[in-house]
Write a protein that binds this ligand. Structure first.
Ligand code: ATP
Length: 241
């Protein structure tokens, strides 16, 4: 089997507290894979480990067969949109695009032309930190679209997007997959995954750190599967009771 992403026995401890415990799953090349779990279950931690931003306490993470830490080229083909994009305090939209262009070897003419025809162009002199949540997401997505990576790690990609942009992003994600790309995305919006995903992985917090409870083909009713694992069990709490 040709896997774009492999997570093998990944464990992460922060300050001696095990957050993710011995987690393993794979993402097939050319698929859309949904990563699902309650708040605080370790989805972002796992995505960050796949980017080398979080160092595994034990286990291995591989992108296209390369260990993410050992091989510095592992991220050349990876695009990432964080759940909450952060930017340097004074960086303007235009400068962010230039920065990505520089990092990814994109010609100045090419990214300037793309920015000029993008809806972000009117914001090009604005500081990134002053953008709305949705605009920050769009800027990150725009940057990815500049270099067309074959693997996308998307953390809550639809957060903050208006309905039109959301539809466009859904179309884009399908297009990337249909061209052979691979998408691993975390989301709490299960209806999106029902429409988009080929496979899903569900991660569940337990006392000794989160563990995978399901990984495989998308089920016929993801919402129902989720409820079986998380709502009817002890996961439901009285937060809003
Ligand atoms: N740098 C850190 N130091 C200490 N604890 C951390 C750190 N990063 C994450 N955690 C803890 O790890 C756990 C998992 O967090 P993570 O953000 O990965 O969850 P998540 O599944 O992405 O949650 P959500 O759906 O709410 O975004 C949380 O309990 C969080 O407090």
């Amino acid at each position: 089997m040709n896997y774009a992403i492999q997570v093998k026995n990944f464990t992460k401890r922060f300050n001696n507290k095990t957050v993710v415990n011995n987690v393993s799953f794979q993402v097939k090349k050319g698929s859309i894979h949904g990563f699902i779990g309650p708040n605080g279950s370790g989805k972002s931690t796992t995505l960050n480990a796949l980017l080398g931003l979080v160092i595994a306490s034990s286990g291995e993470l591989l992108i296209e067969g390369k260990k993410v830490i050992a091989d510095p080229h592992f991220s050349a083909n990876v695009g990432y949109v964080p759940a909450e994009p952060l930017f340097p305090r004074n960086m303007k939209v235009k400068q962010f695009v230039e920065f990505v262009g520089l990092l990814r070897d994109i010609s100045v003419t090419q990214y300037r032309q793309k920015l000029a025809t993008s809806s972000l162009n009117r914001l090009s002199s604005q500081k990134c930190i002053t953008l709305s949540t949705g605009q920050k997401k769009l800027l990150q997505l725009f940057a990815i679209n500049l270099y067309h990576p074959e693997i996308l790690l998307l953390d809550e990609p639809f957060n903050g997007l208006d309905p039109t942009k959301r539809t466009l992003l859904i179309r884009k994600i399908k297009e990337v997959r249909d061209q052979g790309g691979t998408i691993l995305m975390s989301t709490h919006i299960l209806s999106d995954l029902q429409e988009l995903a080929d496979e899903i992985t569900m991660i569940k917090p337990t006392q000794g750190g989160s563990q995978i409870v399901y990984s495989g083909d998308k089920t016929a009713d993801i919402q129902k599967t989720y409820e079986q694992y998380f709502v009817q069990g002890k996961e439901s709490d009285d937060l809003f009771a």
